[in-house]
Design a protein around this ligand. Sequence first.
Ligand SMILES: CC(C)(COP(=O)(O)OP(=O)(O)OC[C@H]1O[C@@H](n2cnc3c(N)ncnc32)[C@H](O)[C@@H]1OP(=O)(O)O)[C@@H](O)C(=O)NCCC(=O)NCCS
Length: 152
Amino acid sequence: MKIRPMLPTDIVAVIAIDTAAGILLPWTPNQYARELLKRETTFCWVAEVDERLAGSLTFWNVAGEGEIANLAVHPDFWRQGIGRALMKTALAKAVELGFPCVLLEVRACNQPAQQLYRSFSFAEDGRRVRYYSNGEAAVLMSLKIGKEENYV
Ligand SMILES: CC(C)(COP(=O)(O)OP(=O)(O)OC[C@H]1O[C@@H](n2cnc3c(N)ncnc32)[C@H](O)[C@@H]1OP(=O)(O)O)[C@@H](O)C(=O)NCCC(=O)NCCS
C-alpha cells in the first residue's frame, strides 16, 4: 500500500470511494478540485493498493490547528490498516507544521470511525445535537499533538 498526494485525475475515483463507503453527502468534483488548489491550507492524500485507489483523507489547516475534513476507505479494503495509515500521514503533517491539536467531527452512530480515532487517543470534547441533515448528532473529538510525537 502506498500513500501519495491526491491529484486532479484521482477525483472521480475518490468520490466513488466516498459513495461506496457510505458518506451521505460526498463532496462534488468541483469541491475536491477547489480543495486541491488550496496548497497552503488543504492536504489531500490517497491510498493506493496495486495501483487501485482504496481510500483518501483531506486535512485542513484551520488557523494553525489541524482538522480531519474527510476520510473514507472503500469497503473492499476495510480493516486492512488503510484508514490508520491515512490518519498517520495527517498526524505526521500536523507535527511537521507544529499544530497544537487536530480536531474532527464524526456521526454519533459511526462507531468504526470513532474507534479508529480513539486508537490515536482522540478524546470526545462534546456533541452538536441534530447536526447532520438526518437529525443525527455530531461527536466533536480532538487530539493534542506533542512536538516529539512520531506518527510515521
Ligand atoms: C472508518 C474507516 C475510514 C476505517 O478505515 P479502515 O481502513 O477499515 O480502518 P483500519 O483497518 O485502518 O482500522 C484501524 C482501526 O480502526 C478501528 N476500526 C476500523 N473499522 C472498525 C469497525 N468496523 N469496528 C470497530 N473498529 C473499527 C479499529 O480500532 C482498527 O484497528 P484494528 O483493526 O487493529 O482493530 C472506514 O470504515 C470507512 O471508510 N468508513 C466509512 C466512512 C467513514 O466513516 N469515514 C469517517 C467519517 S468521520
